[in-house]
Design a protein around this ligand. Sequence first.
Ligand code: SF4
Ligand code: SF4
Length: 150
Amino acid sequence: MSRSCLTAGCSLCCKVLTSEFNNAGTWCPNCRPGKGGCMIFATRPKCTGFECGWLQGELGDHWQPNKCHMVVRAGDSSEDLHVNVDPAYPDAWLKEPYHSELRAQVKLGGKVTVHVGNKYVVIADSFDGLPKGADKNKLKIVLPEALGKD
Ligand code: SF4
Ligand code: SF4
């Protein structure tokens, strides 16, 4: 069965991503999560057309955003991923099987950036391309001021 935001009852990108109405980590005031989603659907602005990796069918069922509390989207290259985590579940990306799958992506040569609100950490196998101060062995959330903006 094909995936859809409506049948999944998911609106999580309207919380974990920044739009012109909200900052990442806070619900867009136009959203009624679980009750039909966007109230201004027909006239909504730039957020129109966003499709997360789960919706595009690139991830397993267990990555359904409103169940795993994470929205995965592509980065600059096909190997790079951004994971926007619901701040109400800040450790979701450290749980299994998610953490192992993100690590596996890194082993394939990709870069994974985990965002929790305005904080983020990069998971990578080498220091190449990492923001100054990032430590591959410390997979903890650090303030963007310490790592630099992505
Ligand atoms: S996070 Fe994905 S499945 Fe959920 S509403 Fe956004 S695009 Fe749809
Ligand atoms: S305007 Fe609608 S689609 Fe855009 S972030 Fe808000 S609720 Fe989501």
